[in-house]
Ligand binder design. Structure first.
Ligand code: NDP
Ligand code: 13P
Length: 350
């Protein structure tokens, strides 16, 4: 039997990772990757928060009381965070996505691909984030989206989680998934960035709808009906834009929809609950005190729907409620008054 050529060669060092965005999700993912043994640097813009992560190994504003690994370093210096990185993971809100990419571009090591765990579209244009990334970074840079049902707090606590990494570049998807995958974290891969981004964006809007229904105490039947008809809205828009249906039936769609529509850790669901109980959107967003992506995403989902001539009654009602042009009770009346019809009038899985 021949000798194993790799037996005596040193193991390749795991890729060094720069995580950009030190809110709850960026911190949780950076902690996960550091615990997996990667050299990990977290960049944030808030000097006090960064100092606490780097010095006390805690993010007191976004993940209070959860110990972070000592091996995780944090900095406000973007160039320093990116120095020596083999992989960049962007985890800022969607409204800061393009500006963060423009800021990182001059400092990105030439071989480092860029992934993001941001959910939403570019506000104002409705562009998919992979379109923004390709334009800012260039077509040759490996790109990937990280998405799926994953509350930051639970990931930071080491609770079991599964998510998915989609990229046109299978090797890059594998490398990003490899950095995330660990004893309590399963990272799957796929090649459908369109579907994956659509699912992650739309579920935030639909979580507001179920939150509103629960806030109005409409019952468990209403919640299940909204989740399922919400999935139908996702599938129909996904079909129109050319995403793969199985992506929406997996972690990036159904999985995240169920989590966000039913889990009270969701900020989008909590916004809906508050609106359903009669609170104003301004007060609700202030009380939540973190990013609530649906506020902008509802407009961009409807922009996509109009572009493709697709009717999305639940998403449209959420948009109107978020703009204050109808009350939650009006939204409910509108949905219940719609004509009776087949559950699946069109071919979605062909
Ligand atoms: N939290 C979660 O469980 C999950 C979140 N996501 C997605 O991750 C993305 C980030 O959300 P999340 O971490 O939860 O949000 P948080 O509200 O927890 O934190 C937002 C972070 O973004 C920073 N930020 C805001 N604007 C800018 C900017 N212009 N430039 C740089 N940094 C900025 C904030 O900095 P500062 O504190 O200085 O304001 C803060 O560090 C969202 O798209 C969200 O949908 C996806 C999956 C799970
Ligand atoms: O995306 C998330 C879970 O997968 C987090 O949801 P919220 O942004 O509604 O908190």
């Amino acid at each position: 039997m021949g000798a194993d050529a790799t037996a005596n060669s040193p193991a390749a060092a795991p890729p060094a990772v720069a995580v950009l965005g030190s809110g709850s999700w960026g911190t949780a993912l950076a902690a996960l990757i550091a615990r997996n043994g990667h050299r990990t640097v977290l960049w944030g813009r808030d000097a006090d928060g960064v100092a606490a992560i780097d010095g006390r190994h805690e993010n007191p504003r976004y993940l209070p009381g959860i110990p972070l690994p000592e091996s995780l370093h944090a900095t406000t210096d973007l160039a320093a965070a990116l120095r020596g990185a083999d992989l960049v993971l962007v985890v800022v809100p969607s409204h800061a996505f393009a500006e963060t990419l423009r800021a990182l571009a001059p400092h990105r090591p030439a071989h480092a691909g860029v992934a993001w765990a941001t959910k939403g579209f570019e506000p104002g244009s409705g562009r998919f984030l992979h379109e923004v990334a390709a334009e800012v970074l260039g077509e040759s840079v490996p790109l990937a989206v990280v998405t799926g049902p994953s509350f930051a707090k639970e990931v930071a606590q080491g609770l079991p989680t599964a998510l998915t990494v989609h990229s046109d570049d299978a090797d890059f998807a594998q490398s990003v998934a490899g950095a995330l995958h660990g004893p309590t974290f399963r990272a799957y891969t796929g090649d459908d960035m369109l579907g994956a981004e659509l699912g992650g964006a739309m579920k935030n809007v639909l979580a507001v709808a179920t939150g509103v229904a629960d806030g109005m105490q409409l019952g468990l039947n209403a919640r299940a009906g909204l989740i399922t008809r919400g999935l139908n809205e996702m599938l129909r828009l996904n079909h129109a834009i050319g995403g793969q249906p199985e992506t929406l039936m997996g972690l990036a769609g159904l999985g995240d929809l169920v989590l966000t529509c039913t889990g009270d850790l969701s900020r989008n669901r909590r916004l809906g609950l508050a609106l359903g109980r009669g609170q104003s959107i301004e007060d609700a967003v202030r009380e939540i005190g973190q990013v609530v992506e649906s506020v902008q995403t509802a407009d961009e989902v409807m922009r996509q729907a109009q572009r493709h001539g697709i009717e999305l009654p639940i998403s449209s009602a959420v948009q109107a409620v978020l703009h204050g042009s109808i009350t939650p009770a009006d939204g409910l009346r509108q949905l219940l008054a719609r004509e009776q019809k087949p559950e699946y009038p069109h071919e979605l899985f062909g």
